[in-house]
Design a protein around this ligand. Structure first.
Ligand code: GLY
Length: 359
């Protein structure tokens, strides 16, 4: 088992990465001495893992399970209220723990519910998608969408523990696995050129869910993210670099309709657009733009999403919560392994959108 420590002002905790960790959950949670446990999962994950985890956790404390509907469209305040209702019905108190068994959407909803129930109770993340293991379960961002924007409502609330079981990734549909690889590529691109090169070489192994290659990718991605979150928990500076590809990605998701593209697919395409924009601004070499596009393509992710309107994309990006005073700040690549943040002239942005198939 590998351990990565996150040390943030809002909480210090371990990410445990390895095989067969779901079976070890009762031993892992017992030291947290919860009074009650609420397992929050979704309709896909409940029959695979959620029900079994809830049954096993009865050994630790009285446990109930709450099952959310699927998909990004379900990331609403109503879903949060439903989790809060389940906590009240289970007579949860301040020493109770929410155990999230699922992907990023469930983690964001249930983590936010935990952040506001009785002004904040503990939660444990048991991410069951690659995307959640390498990104969304780590770092304490929780929240839901508003009709005017993605993740507009939320809180920073660090989990007490993250348990990433490598075995569960084998049950993932190939599309979900590829979506998670977008965030893996992102971590290499923004912080570690050697890691990016390693991921490029290992893509066939990662797509085949090779246990060793996958455990290493999850651990290295978590180390990179843990370092950034430890230095800038609330995103007043460096943490924004983790949004490489996301300003474009969020616009794609919102224009195509939430749920049409998986978050990681939109981010994969967003990485290509960010690389293109970086080159137009004289930062990244053309050969590196090709390298980014090639890696995204070989991860079975879209490199272009044609047919979206440039005007609508600009409007969506200006409404992104990373926009400040009407100026859109982009995360760009100075080189592979080094991201920077800056505002961008409209003509370069327009040219990138045109080249990306926007009309
Ligand atoms: N996914 C970006 C962050 O956690 O900051």
């Amino acid at each position: 088992m590998r351990r990565v420590r996150v040390s943030a002002p809002g909480g210090s905790y371990e990410i445990l990465i390895g095989a067969d960790l779901l079976a070890a959950l009762p031993q892992l949670l017992a030291p947290l001495a919860p009074t009650r446990l609420l397992v929050v999962t979704d309709r896909n994950v409940a029959p695979l893992y959620g029900t079994a985890v809830a049954a096993a956790l009865e050994k630790v404390a009285p446990t109930a399970m709450f099952t959310l509907g699927e998909g990004e469209t379900g990331k609403t305040m109503t879903a949060v209220e439903n989790v809060l209702d389940a906590l009240v019905a289970h007579r949860a108190d301040r020493r109770s723990i929410v155990v999230v068994v699922g992907g990023g959407v469930v983690g964001d909803i249930a983590g936010f519910a935990a952040s506001i129930f009785m002004r904040g109770i503990r939660f444990v993340q048991v991410p069951t998608t690659l995307l959640a293991q390498v990104d969304s379960s780590v770092g304490g961002k929780t929240g839901v969408n508003h009709r005017h924007g993605k993740n507009l409502i939320g809180a920073f609330h660090q989990p007490s523990l993250v348990v990433a079981d490598a075995d569960v990734l084998r049950s993932l549909p190939p599309r979900e696995l590829s979506a998670g690889l977008a965030e893996v590529l992102k971590h290499g691109l923004l912080a570690d050129a050697d890691y990016f090169a390693e991921v490029e070489n290992n893509l066939p192994l990662l797509l085949a869910c090779d246990a060793q290659a996958m455990a290493h990718a999850v651990a290295r991605s978590c180390e990179i993210k843990a370092g950034v979150v430890g230095r800038d928990e609330k995103e007043s500076g460096e943490r924004a670099l983790l949004n490489l590809g996301h300003t474009f990605g969020h616009a794609i998701e919102s224009l195509a309709g939430y749920g049409h593209w998986l978050h990681g697919e939109a981010v994969g395409c967003g990485l290509c657009l960010a690389a293109d924009l970086s080159q137009r601004l004289g930062l990244l070499a053309a050969s590196d733009v090709d390298r980014v596009r090639d890696a995204v393509k070989r991860a079975n992710l879209p490199v272009r999403i044609p047919g979206l309107s440039r005007q609508d994309a600009l409007h969506a990006m200006a409404g992104d919560k990373k926009a400040e005073g009407g100026k859109i700040r982009f995360i760009l690549l100075e080189r592979i392994g080094k991201a920077i943040q800056r505002t961008v002239p409209a003509d370069a942005l327009d040219a990138t959108l045109s080249a990306g198939g926007y009309c």
